[in-house]
Design a protein around this ligand. Structure first.
Ligand code: URA
Length: 241
């Protein structure tokens, strides 16, 4: 939003009055007198008018180790929700960046910055997400070929995007997806009639779950983690992936 529009609405004054206030250097943006009435302001800019703070909201970016038996929702009538694990005054402003199934564990992101979460979640971002998958039956190399070609999802009438599979042990593998469809991992293994017994998300883009976080614990993302997810581009994908 433009600064002049913000001030007009927040202070209930005319465009002309706003220009006067700026000329008199009575408005400060992030600590510096603002002079350009057309400059863009976000909900996280600190805006002051004389001695009044008009807005001073801090962006919050968290990584959480989601435990089993917890719903990826801000609230749930029956089960504990991911937000129940957060103990912050601003927690009601947070939203989840994507979801994990009830019994899936691992990396979840939460924020109050919707432009950041949209950049991560947008279908065009191609943001890689890596899962550790444990299955009931053995995983063969054929899985890797079929996942690379894409699995046809009859319900949606589409083929999944190329996904990379690394088999670690007869029934254990790492799977990297560049999209997030409903129960995608379980359905991909389900196409071989092989049920997933345990599913754990290890990373989103270049951000890996901090191994020092026990299930249910969380920490603030580091500035470098925030920016590498924001700046991720589809072009960062491996050729052919
Ligand atoms: N795919 C699934 O099937 N479940 C998850 O929780 C995440 C990805």
């Amino acid at each position: 939003m433009r600064l002049d529009r913000y001030l007009e609405s927040r202070l209930g004054c005319s465009a002309r009055s706003v220009r006067m206030l700026l000329a008199e250097r009575r408005v400060r943006l992030n600590g510096t007198p603002a002079t350009d009435s057309r400059q863009q302001v976000s909900r996280f800019c600190r805006i002051e008018f004389d001695d009044d703070v008009l807005q001073a909201r801090e962006p919050v970016y968290l990584m959480l180790h989601k435990p089993r038996g917890c719903v990826s929702a801000t609230r749930d009538g029956k089960h504990p929700s991911v937000l129940d694990l957060i103990d912050l005054p601003s927690k009601s402003e947070l939203h989840l960046v994507g979801r994990l199934d009830f019994n899936t564990t691992g990396l979840m992101l939460l924020t109050n910055d919707s432009s950041w979460s949209s950049a991560i979640m947008s279908p065009g971002s191609g943001m890689p997400k890596t899962y550790r998958v444990e299955t009931r039956d053995g995983i063969t190399q054929e899985y890797a070929e079929r996942f690379r070609e894409g699995i046809y999802f009859r319900y949606e009438g589409l083929r999944t995007q190329p996904a990379a599979l690394e088999v670690l042990a007869p029934r254990l593998a790492l799977l990297t997806l560049h999209e997030g469809r409903y129960h995608q991992v379980k359905r991909m293994f389900g196409s071989f009639g092989n049920p997933v017994l345990a599913l754990h998300r290890l990373s989103i883009g270049a951000v890996a779950l901090d191994e020092s976080l026990a299930p249910g614990q969380y920490r603030a993302l580091l500035p470098a983690e925030v920016s590498c997810l924001r700046d991720h581009r589809n072009a960062d994908r491996e050729p052919g992936s």
